[in-house]
Design a protein around this ligand. Structure first.
Ligand SMILES: [Zn+2]
Length: 260
């Protein structure tokens, strides 16, 4: 469930139509072309709503981990907000991560978030979706280390998984629909594991394929026609990257001494 950002993503979905959520959204302008409002993390009523949604989802799916989104937070610390105005944006972001983390921890559940707000766009040159240009990146040193980071890069295999691991986080690399980039992400992750000391090697947890369409498009249109869009599609990416994982697994097994 997307929380914090994208609280009113597009026009559909129960949380998005919930007038209580809409009232909690921060000041926002549609004129800048960004689709997502954020809720005010310091609104005294916001977590009553957010926790109820999280708890219901976790209970229904019997989940022991929860992906809270928290990507693409563009509106944070708005000067017009009587609670957030003038506050440090990294601290606001980190505070919200910690609040959701602690709530989940109280029922022995782990928090997963996207990594983009923890990457500095000014320094890396990554785009405004893929990294932060609104000064949230220092939050990386202010959030609990047992938050798992989903390090998404869709166009090229930017090697930031190593950055998250050196900061003490477990991390998964997340491709989308670029098969060549996804295979490189698998190879990079394996290389990082092999070439790191054990403490750090143990933090590269794998690859999570993202799908940004309805399931029908993924399974019916792309699966039956993997060459669709010149092969640049979600299904082809999924197959090629997981083939790379399986091949690496077989190679590792072949290198292991035979058990007699
Ligand atoms: Zn606020």
């Amino acid at each position: 469930m997307n929380s914090f950002s994208a609280a009113t993503f597009a026009e559909r979905g129960a949380p998005r139509q919930n007038p209580r959520i809409a009232r909690l959204a921060s000041d926002w302008s549609a004129a800048d072309g960004l689709y997502c409002k954020s809720y005010c993390p310091l609104h005294p009523k916001v977590h009553e709503v957010v926790f109820a949604l999280i708890d219901e989802l976790c209970d229904v799916f019997e989940a022991d981990t929860f992906h809270s989104g928290m990507d693409e937070v563009f509106y944070i610390g708005n000067d017009k907000c009587p609670r957030c105005g003038g506050k440090d944006k990294a601290s606001l972001f980190a505070g919200e991560v910690r609040t959701i983390h602690d709530h989940l921890a109280s029922t022995h559940r782990q928090l997963w978030i996207w990594g983009d707000r923890l990457l500095d766009g000014h320094v890396t040159g990554l785009g405004e979706w893929e990294a932060s240009y609104n000064e949230t990146a220092p939050a990386i040193d202010q959030i609990p280390k047992d938050v798992l980071i989903c390090d998404w890069h869709y166009d090229q295999p930017v090697p930031t998984a190593a950055y998250f691991a050196t900061k003490g986080f477990h991390v998964v690399s997340c491709p989308w629909k670029n098969p060549a980039s996804a295979v490189k992400q698998v190879e990079d992750l394996l290389r990082f594991k092999t070439e790191s000391p054990p403490d750090m090697a143990g933090r590269f947890d794998g690859v999570v394929q993202t799908i940004w369409s309805d399931m029908g498009s993924f399974l019916s249109r792309e699966k039956t026609n993997p060459d669709r869009d010149g092969g640049t599609n979600q299904w082809n990416t999924f197959v090629r990257s997981f083939d790379a994982i399986n091949q690496a697994g077989k190679a590792a097994k072949a290198e292991m001494p035979a058990v007699k």
